[in-house]
Design a protein around this ligand. Structure first.
Ligand SMILES: Nc1ncnc2c1ncn2[C@@H]1O[C@H](COP(=O)(O)OP(=O)(O)OP(=O)(O)O)[C@@H](O)[C@H]1O
Length: 544
């Protein structure tokens, strides 16, 4: 006849218990001569309903024992301990079978409850990630934010910051903000890849302002590295706006500061710089970065590009605080850079929003065959004549060509300006400000403006010269279609550019734009960079 479920069978349900071998112990136990064994944690939990009923009835009796129990799940040592108590301890109290079962089961139910809560939390995080197209890799990644209110409820954010967010018109976090902010606030490092214009700046500024304490003492607490001066200036401005109401020392590393700055006496909590200027200040002005708590590498793939790697490496080493939190942000993250980044990061979480290395879906992209250099100039004038919807950014591949195109267009009936590396810092800033203020309609630019610059209203980007790589293309066209607005990107190509068309055509395809099938069928090229010696733009002579 089948034995009724007893204490021993309940205790060891699920384990391979050798009843023959322990028959004596079971017999003694049944007589009550021995104390009840501490239950091994390997038994599967009883059905939820049953557990609930029993635990109610015996709640008082079990409370003491409950406290003694470890929180975690089953382990091998629990099992061993269970047997030793079973064999050796002396009985003082006789405990009813059912009570002991409940002790065991109720504790199990606490474990199960916690496990269920954790599972629900994981499920909630997964739903949010799916909804916002967030992909992560790393262990124990905190859930994305559901709203900015959670900054207060979950992370105790100061009300001034939440107030500033609302004054700036930020009602809902963008996907990258949802995930990167919770990761950084939980003290984890991360590298993040999210589309252009999707709010990466706020994603790294907000946790920084929440975590570091403003104050004139203690030196630099956060460093933000940007590849260009214009972007560094823009990030400084954004940081100051967000920090309004608190006495944060936010400094932009200018040329003068890097050459003559007295960093020891300066109130600087957050320093925004380009790599070379920061490196100069470290070496020549004894800038101490040993207390930096946050290091951000914005447009990280550009920063790691040839020429900057050693400088970045040296800056990273200068930020020697062992509890520093480093983060990398960009809209493009090639595998090689990711591998390089991993060497300097500790247990970093990888965040990808949308598809890695793809253009913003807000931009309508077009490729136009213009045949020759002369054809490009004609096509540009024609496009302006048909519909000039300022502000417009026109990218060319060198400063010489920027000057040349400017000379061509300055006689046309449009307000055109130009920005390139031969201008002074003030002239470059003026050109940017003039476009922002609507004083110029068309800004001719080189790569200096391709990364990170936030011109909210740019309606159209024209790649007059074909970009040298897919990532250059993604960043250039990403000057439009920002913060949820739509934008347009037109790219001219000539016969010379045809071999390089495939890379760019693939970007169009992956963001849902149509391209002729022959373009994606072009042979793959070994070289990822496309640098062409082009014919002159202008047909004017230098005397004209
Ligand atoms: N939560 C938000 N709600 C509305 N607008 C936002 C929010 N966060 C940022 N923005 C705005 O979105 C624009 C783009 O932000 P940002 O410059 O940080 O983009 P990005 O992802 O860094 O782009 P890029 O890759 O080109 O550098 C900015 O004008 C910014 O003010």
């Amino acid at each position: 006849m089948e034995e009724k479920p007893s204490l021993s069978s309940a205790l060891f349900a699920g384990t391979r218990f050798d009843r023959k071998r322990f028959a004596g112990d079971i017999a003694r136990f049944r007589t009550g001569a021995q104390p009840a064994p501490a239950a091994p944690d390997v038994a599967p939990p009883a059905p939820e309903k049953k557990r609930k009923r029993k635990s109610k009835a015996n709640a008082k009796k079990i409370s003491k024992k409950k406290k003694k129990r470890a929180d975690g799940a089953a382990s091998a040592s629990d099992v061993v301990e269970g047997f030793s108590v079973f064999k050796g301890a002396e009985a003082k109290e006789v405990v009813e079978e059912s009570v002991e079962v409940v002790v065991r089961e109720d504790e199990d139910s606490a474990v199960v409850r916690r496990r269920k809560e954790a599972e629900r939390e994981i499920e909630r995080a997964a739903i949010l990630r799916k909804r916002y197209d967030i992909h992560i890799s790393g262990h124990n990644v905190p859930a994305p934010l559901e709203s900015f209110e959670e900054l207060v409820s979950r992370y105790d954010c100061d009300s001034y910051l939440v107030g500033n967010l609302s004054k700036l018109g930020f009602q809902e976090p963008t996907p990258i903000q949802r995930q990167a902010i919770s990761i950084l606030l939980s003290g984890r490092e991360c590298f993040a890849c999210a589309p252009t214009g999707s709010g990466k700046t706020l994603a790294f500024l907000l946790p920084m302002l929440m975590k570091i304490k403003p104050g004139s003492k203690g030196g630099v607490k956060a460093v933000i590295l940007c590849p260009t001066r214009e972007l560094a200036a823009q990030t400084t401005r954004e940081c100051k706006k967000l920090a309004k109401g608190r006495k944060f020392g936010v400094k932009l590393m200018t040329k003068d500061l890097s050459q003559d700055g007295n960093f020891k006496d300066m109130h600087c909590d957050i320093l925004v710089s380009t790599p070379l200027r920061l490196d100069h200040a470290i070496r020549k002005r004894d800038l101490d970065l040993s207390r930096v708590e946050y290091l951000v590498l914005d447009e990280s793939d550009k920063l790691f590009e040839l020429g900057f790697v050693e400088v970045i490496d040296s800056i990273v080493k200068s930020c020697s605080n062992p509890s520093i939190i480093r983060s990398l942000f960009s809209a493009t993250l090639p595998e090689t850079i990711e591998a390089l980044a991993r060497t300097i990061m500790h247990d970093a979480v990888r965040i990808i929003v949308g598809r890695k290395n793809s253009a913003s879906s807000m931009i309508k992209q077009k490729l136009i065959f213009a045949g020759t250099e002369r054809g490009k100039l004609i096509a540009l004038r024609q496009s302006f004549a048909e519909s000039l919807n300022p502000p417009v950014l026109v990218f060319v591949q060198s400063k010489e060509r920027a000057k040349e195109l400017y000379r061509e267009l300055v006689y046309d009936d449009i307000r055109v300006d130009v920005i390139h590396g031969d201008l002074t810092e003030e002239q470059r800033q003026d050109a940017v400000d003039n476009l922002r203020a609507g004083k110029s309609w068309v800004l001719i630019a080189t790569e200096v403006l391709a990364r990170g610059m936030d011109f909210k209203g740019v309606n159209c980007v024209i790649n007059y010269d074909f970009p040298e790589s897919a990532s250059a293309y993604i960043h250039r066209i990403g000057r439009s279609g920002r913060a949820g607005r739509s934008g347009e990107a037109i790219t001219f190509f000539t016969e010379e550019d045809k071999p390089f068309l495939r890379n760019i055509a693939n970007v169009l395809v992956s963001s849902g734009c149509e391209v002729p099938s022959w373009m994606v069928a072009l042979p793959k090229l070994k070289s990822r960079k496309h640098r062409v010696d082009r014919d002159r733009i202008s047909f004017l002579t230098d005397e004209d």
